[in-house]
Each structure stands twice: as C-alpha cells, then as structure tokens.
Ligand binder design. Structure first.
Ligand SMILES: Cc1cc2nc3c(=O)[nH]c(=O)nc-3n(C[C@H](O)[C@H](O)[C@H](O)COP(=O)(O)OP(=O)(O)OC[C@H]3O[C@@H](n4cnc5c(N)ncnc54)[C@H](O)[C@@H]3O)c2cc1C
Length: 264
C-alpha cells in the first residue's frame, strides 16, 4: 500500500472542507469500489475522508409523495425497508440483487450513484423513477446527472447527501446478471405513473438510458406481448467477453417482457 491520509468526517461541512485539502482527496463511503480500485492502483488518492459515520446521510423517510434515501444508506437497508417495499417495490427488488450479502451490507446508494459504473444497478432506478440527486450545493434531476462512463454532473468534491424518489403507481426491476460479479449485463427498471411508463436500461451501453421504443409500446398496452417483436438498434451498445451488442439488445426486450409480466 502507498501512504495516504485518513480523516473521519464529523459533519457534511467538515467532510467537504477536509476533502479539498488533498491534491486528490476522495470521500470514502462503503469502500466497495474505492478500496479495490486503490488496491489495483487504478486510483491513488492522497486523502480519504470517511463519511460512514454521518447519521445525517443515513436512513429512509417519506416526505409527502417522495421516498427520501440518505446517500450512506446501504443496499441491504433499502432492500429491507418497509417504506421502500410498500411504495417503491422496484427499488427494493433492485437493491436485493446487487452483488452479494457482503457488498449489500457495505455498499451505499450515494457511492453507487456517484461512481456511475455503466453496469451498476441503481442508475436504472434513479432514471426510471425520475429521481432528484441532492448534494451539498444543489439538486440535480436524474436526466441531467449521468453523462458518460463513470462520469456524472457532480463537480469535484461535491457530495451527494440524499436521493429523492417520487412514489409511482407501480415499479419493478429485472436484470440478467453476470454470474461472477452479479453486475447486470442488462438491467431494466420500469416505472408506471398516471401520465407515463418509463423504461430505464443499465448495463447495455456506456451509461444508463431510457428505452423510448419500449416506453411507446407499453404506454399503448402494458402487456409483455407488446414487446414481442421489439428490435432495438444496438450500434452504441457495449461489446465484451460477456455479451455482444446484439445480444444485449435482445436481452433488453426479454428482461422488459419478464418484468412487465411480473408487474401485472
Ligand atoms: C464483488 C462486488 C460485486 C458488486 N456487484 C454489484 C452489482 O451487482 N451491482 C451494482 O450496482 N454494484 C455492484 N457492486 C458495487 C457496490 O454495489 C457499491 O455500490 C459501489 O461499489 C459503490 O458504493 P460504495 O458505498 O462502496 O462507495 P465507495 O467505494 O466508498 O465510493 C465510490 C466512489 O464514489 C464516491 N462517493 C461515495 N459516496 C459519495 C457521496 N455521498 N457523494 C459523492 N461522492 C461519493 C467516492 O469518493 C468514490 O469515488 C459490487 C461491488 C463489489 C466489490
């Protein structure tokens, strides 16, 4: 290991003030991505500011017609939350299939969303539910948050404090997981409101996106049969040892159909 400074933050203000002291200071949340990245020398921050003890970033509450999840809330807490299960079953389903129990007990919503891994599960719920990402500086709508592979609208040293998920009429999530890591090769989140059906896809491309073709078909008829002959253009999709772009396009239709079937 190479030397770096470690600071345990006392408050959000303290975390932000401290992290700017380093040449490459980083917030440490669950450490499920940052620590392996450091071990592989893909990142070498000179300062880690641990936000894990900050109660103000932890927990789940209902605020009118919104479920508010603190950035430091673990995937396991989201999975088991009675509030999330009652109002946003899709979000609970998604949290339940992230990684393995160890990852779910350490990994956090804020860490996952800030990291913006193109194969992460949470971005699908954030975009599908049209959530708002609240930071120490501002509120960023989901549509403006995910920019590219591992790139978000967050500025340097901007900290996510909570994410606000509007309650919708129905929601669900299904993914085709990589059998080793459990990251989605393709993951599909569907949210149904009074006005629209939103379909967000993760894992298929460089960043999460809405599948307009599926949305159009499901708005006309919320039935798996409506997706049967759906053929998506896949020129921008990921190609790797796990799946071709064409196979990922096929998986979107399959996962979306299965999900619709389970939501009816
Ligand atoms: C074996 C394994 C399997 C996994 N499988 C899956 C999977 O199936 N699906 C999936 O989606 N994920 C998976 N993950 C990732 C995991 O779910 C974590 O969510 C993810 O690693 C990041 O969360 P964290 O809390 O650990 O963040 P950290 O690793 O602590 O931080 C990640 C990055 O986000 C920044 N950051 C953290 N919190 C904040 C904040 N509040 N504001 C601003 N920046 C912040 C950090 O500075 C760092 O750059 C897996 C991880 C492992 C190790």
């Amino acid at each position: 290991m190479y030397p770096f400074e470690y600071h345990k933050a006392q408050s959000v203000e303290d975390a932000v003030a401290q992290v700017t002291r380093g040449d490459d200071g980083k917030f440490l949340a669950g450490g499920m991505t940052l620590i392996p990245t450091m071990k592989q020398r893909l990142a070498s921050p000179d300062l880690l500011v641990d936000i894990g003890q900050l109660d103000s970033l932890n927990g789940i509450r209902k605020d009118g017609d919104t479920i508010v999840v603190g950035a430091m809330t673990t995937h396991a807490t989201v999975e088991r939350s009675p509030l999330v299960n009652a109002h946003l079953p899709g979000l609970a389903q998604l949290a339940a299939v992230i990684g393995d129990p160890q990852v779910r007990n350490r990994g956090t919503l804020g860490g996952s969303v800030a990291n913006a891994d193109p194969a992460a599960d949470y971005p699908a719920a954030v975009l599908g539910l049209n959530a708002s990402i609240v930071t120490d500086k501002r509120t960023i709508p989901a549509e403006a948050f995910f920019i590219d592979i591992f790139e978000t609208a967050l500025e340097e040293h901007e900290i996510i404090t909570e994410i606000r998920f509007p309650i919708v009429k129905n929601s669900g999530y299904k993914k085709f997981p990589n059998p080793a890591s459990h990251y989605p090769i393709v993951g599909v989140f569907i949210a149904v409101t009074d006005d629209e059906t939103r379909v967000a896809v993760t894992g298929a491309a460089g960043f999460v996106f809405r599948c307009e073709e599926a949305e159009k078909r499901l708005a006309a008829r919320f039935d798996a049969a409506a997706l049967e002959d759906m053929k998506l253009s896949h020129e921008d999709f990921n190609e790797d040892i796990h799946a071709t772009a064409d196979y990922r396009a096929h998986l979107i239709a399959v996962m979306a159909s299965r999900l619709v079937e389970s939501m009816r």
